[in-house]
Design a protein around this ligand. Structure first.
Ligand SMILES: Cc1cc2nc3c(=O)[nH]c(=O)nc-3n(C[C@H](O)[C@H](O)[C@H](O)COP(=O)(O)OP(=O)(O)OC[C@H]3O[C@@H](n4cnc5c(N)ncnc54)[C@H](O)[C@@H]3O)c2cc1C
Length: 380
């Protein structure tokens, strides 16, 4: 049996699944290769929720991509007939001159995004579980919310398959080679595959599959916590409780979500970028008591009713660059290879538009989207 493919997508997590969908929707013959059976909990795209917001404190340059990401989340929801995005409103909390509040205000103003500034007493009045210190303020944006990573992967893969994409799961890619500007060869556990173009979206395995780029990527273990509230959980329902990011001291944040229906139950919180160096080949999935205690310490004065029982905890990997911007673009030496490591802990909300960008790059060799700040060769 020999099948002809235009594009091979390696890694069918958050980004690769979206790329496969956009490629298949444009008529490319797609082969997707994935080491596990997605969605799975071995990489970066599990845990039922990922923050999405528009007044982006990390930089106003991300805002046009976010606006497009929202449109494309709605498109895949329509196409697949599922709900991925839940809009709850979002609070960026901290001191006025901290990076979270200050940066969010700057992005909101630069792009004319609707927002409100709330002082501590207004935050408490509108969202009773939150008890900010008198000096804290927040930017509130009503378009923020969360996306469901597992549902996103299922929807993108399901639609891509319906549009003709071929997927091989439990198929580990061992190596790849660009033969010319119009051919690639991929060696995997069950054989050798060929196509015209290649999209590499290996998540925390990027240091391996993108080794030839010599990127300064740090893979980090992060922990997610689900606590049982000590007040009725209704106060945390998505129609009355927002997503939030809370800067507790300069450069240190935790964030959280409303209560979701279904397992594991409780209310999810986590630290942003407080990870330890990790190797996805030797994952340490045991969450230690002192880690739980650190999370409880951050919550104690700020969301005291999340001091109940720990219902569940899970680990997940960030793949972080020194400037915290993504790696997304054409391979510097192979115009027919596109690489994607949109992580640094904040990539999922962009998965829908990253899929479109990867399809642009693989099919046209360029994209109209502003991705210069993600240039894979910026570190060399
Ligand atoms: C705890 C945590 C919280 C986060 N919170 C947010 C948030 O609130 N908002 C936000 O926007 N982002 C958030 N992120 C970041 C976001 O989840 C990531 O940016 C995103 O999941 C990265 O997707 P990916 O496709 O690059 O990686 P993955 O989804 O991990 O996909 C990579 C895939 O490649 C496969 N693969 C790897 N190597 C091979 C190989 N050799 N052969 C075949 N297949 C291979 C893997 O099995 C995997 O399925 C968070 C991440 C974590 C871990």
């Amino acid at each position: 049996m020999s099948q002809v493919f235009d594009v091979i997508v390696v890694g069918l997590g958050g980004m690769g699944s979206a790329a496969a969908y956009h490629l298949a929707a444009r008529g490319s013959r797609v082969l997707g290769l994935e080491r596990f059976s997605p969605p799975h909990d071995r990489g970066s795209s599990h845990g039922r929720s990922r923050v999405i917001r528009q007044a982006y404190f990390e930089g106003a340059a991300y805002v046009p991509l976010l606006l497009r990401a929202y449109e494309l989340w709605e498109r895949i929801e329509r196409d697949a007939g599922v709900r991925i995005l839940t809009v709850t409103g979002g609070l960026m909390v901290g001191s006025r001159d901290g990076r979270v509040v200050e940066g969010s205000i700057r992005s909101a103003r630069a792009h004319g995004l609707a927002h409100e500034i709330l002082d501590a007493s207004e935050i408490r009045r509108r969202f009773p579980p939150l008890t900010p210190a008198p000096g804290d303020i927040a930017l509130y944006e009503n378009r923020a919310g969360f996306v469901d990573p597992e549902e996103s992967i299922r929807a993108h893969l399901g639609r891509a398959a319906a549009l003709g994409a071929t997927f091989r799961f439990e198929e580990e890619v061992l190596s790849w080679e660009a033969l010319s500007d119009d051919g690639v060869v991929v060696r995997a556990t069950s054989g050798v595959f060929e196509a015209g173009r290649l999209v590499l979206a290996p998540g925390p395995w990027a240091p391996r599959l993108l080794a030839d780029l010599g990127l300064p990527l740090a893979v980090e273990r992060q922990v997610l916590y689900w606590f049982e509230p000590t007040q009725p959980i209704d106060a945390f329902r998505p129609d009355r409780f927002p997503i939030y990011i809370w800067e507790t001291e300069p450069g240190r944040e935790f964030y959280g979500f409303p209560a979701q229906q279904g397992p594991p139950g409780g209310v999810k919180v986590a630290f942003f970028r407080e990870g330890e160096p990790a190797d996805p080949e030797r994952p340490d999935r045991v969450v230690r008591a002192e880690e739980v205690e650190r999370m409880r310490d951050a919550l104690r004065d700020r969301i005291p009713s999340l001091g109940g029982r720990l219902i569940h905890a899970a680990t997940c990997f960030y793949t972080t660059t020194p400037d915290h911007a993504f790696v997304l673009g054409l391979h510097p030496r192979h115009r027919n290879v596109a690489v994607a490591s949109p992580c640094s802990g904040h990539g999922f909300k962009f998965a829908s538009v990253v899929g479109e960008i990867l399809a642009d790059l693989a099919r046209e060799g360029s994209t109209r989207h502003p991705i210069d700040i993600f240039d894979p060769s910026r570190f060399s």
